[in-house]
Design a protein around this ligand. Structure first.
Ligand code: R5P
Length: 305
């Protein structure tokens, strides 16, 4: 038998998934003690041999949510159950290695804890740390990264119409958009403000090591309907820069992403450069227009008796 248990910040998507998959969702009480510590109690409390799907997005308040997730996993493990993790937004995806000596390899730390708490499997969506789709090993936990690109392009067809070109804001979005035939990727040139050369060719002494970024729009992208797609929108600077460049070539710009963090007033600012902005419900925001609950339900049902 399988069960669903929601993260306290993931109630809506958990209810949707439970409804679609017909896997019963159990109650979980989460409270804060006056000093800020977390209290958790789960209905039933006996999960012997059960697959318990913990559906928990790790944004906002990444650290509190991670700790709630760890406590939840341990309740399941201690009573003989199998924690199956469904993490629509996986935090710390950018710290996917120690970039400098002495730095925390945060993602690995999370993986080690998940493994020690008995994670049977992990399902996530457009994870930044593993942009290629499919199965992979998450520090010993069998994992699957699914992509929201299909639901995003379907939604775009309903809102823009059939005729549009999918554009990635930079070279980094190639893996994320690998399933889209004909996707076009913008190139960023970094020019030295002192000598005007590209960063790689700059021979002058640019003490600040600062370069002006220029986004290059290929000639064929002119006067089109463009769907600009990215995995994450954080500060919005990547997507706004791309949207501006595309608009300067008379393109109509529509923007979609999987994880809309929309920090500060970036959603408002983006609205000045794009006709329409949408994101999925891996993170809830004013721009959430589509759900990944259906895709996650399909994935969860695989391998269940
Ligand atoms: C980069 O690798 C990602 O795919 C996104 O383009 C990036 O995280 C967006 O960040 P921001 O919105 O802060 O520019």
């Amino acid at each position: 038998m399988a069960l669903v248990v929601p993260g306290s910040n993931s109630m809506d998507i958990s209810r949707k998934i439970s409804g679609i998959s017909k896997i019963r969702m159990i109650e979980k009480t989460v409270r804060r003690f006056p000093d800020g510590e977390t209290y958790i109690r789960m209905e039933g409390g006996d999960f012997k041999d059960e697959d318990v799907f913990v559906i928990h997005s790790l944004y906002p308040e990444q650290n509190d949510n991670l700790f709630e997730l760890f406590l939840t996993m341990d309740i399941i493990k201690e009573s003989g159950g199998k924690p199956c993790l469904v993490i629509p937004y996986f935090a710390y995806g950018r710290q996917d290695r120690a970039f400098q000596t002495g730095e925390a390899f945060s993602l690995k730390t999370i993986g080690k804890v998940m493994l020690s708490l008995g994670a049977k499997k992990l399902i996530t969506v457009d994870a930044h740390f593993h942009r290629k789709k499919g199965d992979f090993d998450f520090f010993g936990v069998p994992a699957r990264n699914i992509s929201a690109v299909t639901v995003q392009t379907e939604h775009a067809k309903e809102t823009i119409g059939e005729e549009f070109t999918v554009v990635g804001p930079d070279e980094g979005s190639r893996d994320f958009l690998s399933g889209i035939e004909g996707a076009v990727f913008l190139k960023k040139e970094k020019r030295c403000p002192v000598c005007g050369m590209e960063a790689t060719e700059c021979r002058c002494k640019n003490p600040e090591k600062e370069y002006a970024v220029k986004t290059d729009v290929p000639e064929k992208l002119e006067g089109r309907n463009v769907l600009l797609l990215d995995d994450i929108i954080g500060t919005g600077s990547t997507i706004i820069e791309a949207a501006k460049a595309l608009r300067s070539k008379n393109n109509r710009v529509f923007v979609g992403c999987t994880h809309g963090l929309f920090l500060g007033d970036s959603l408002k600012s983006l609205g000045r450069h794009a006709e329409y902005v949408f994101s999925t419900d891996t993170v809830k925001s004013e721009a959430t227009k589509i759900s990944v609950a259906g895709m996650l339900s399909v994935e969860m049902k695989k391998g269940l008796g």
